[in-house]
Design a protein around this ligand. Structure first.
Ligand SMILES: [Fe+2]
Length: 138
């Protein structure tokens, strides 16, 4: 049930691609722990770990957008906010239920958003950044 990286998700911006791959690992670690019925505090830790990394990654993308005056930044930032809200929603549900029945929905919510976002929205940003990011760092 892991999320699998596919070549069509590559944006061509190295820091962005590396961070996306790292995010896949963190999402997979969380889903695996949920599947294995790990203790609530271990899962809580993985949620925080993912949440912190996601925020840092979004900050990097948004800094690059602002720096280069990306025309579609409002829509892109809105999608980022939605993902942060999704993580919070899944975390709250998980704690509320204290059960593992939400794993499938959680995985779907995270995976669908991510594949869709990277394959469309982030690739568009990558294409915009490529000729502008001389050192390719945010
Ligand atoms: Fe993004």
């Amino acid at each position: 049930m892991s999320l699998i990286w596919a070549p069509n998700l590559t944006t061509g911006i190295d820091w962005q691609d590396n961070q996306h791959k790292e995010l896949f690992k963190k999402i997979n670690a969380l889903i695996d722990a949920m599947n294995q019925g790990k203790a609530g505090d271990e899962i809580g830790g993985l949620f925080s770990f993912l949440d912190n990394y996601v925020r840092e990654h979004f900050r990097n993308e948004e800094t690059a957008m602002d720096k280069h005056k990306y025309p579609d930044s409002a829509g892109h930032k809105g999608q980022h906010k939605k993902f942060i809200d999704n993580i919070k929603f899944i975390k709250d549900e998980f704690q509320k239920e204290n059960a593992h029945k939400n794993i499938i929905e959680a995985r779907k919510l995270l995976a669908d958003w991510f594949f869709e976002h990277i394959a469309k929205i982030d690739k568009k940003l990558g294409d915009f950044l490529k000729p502008r990011e001389i050192d390719l760092t945010p």
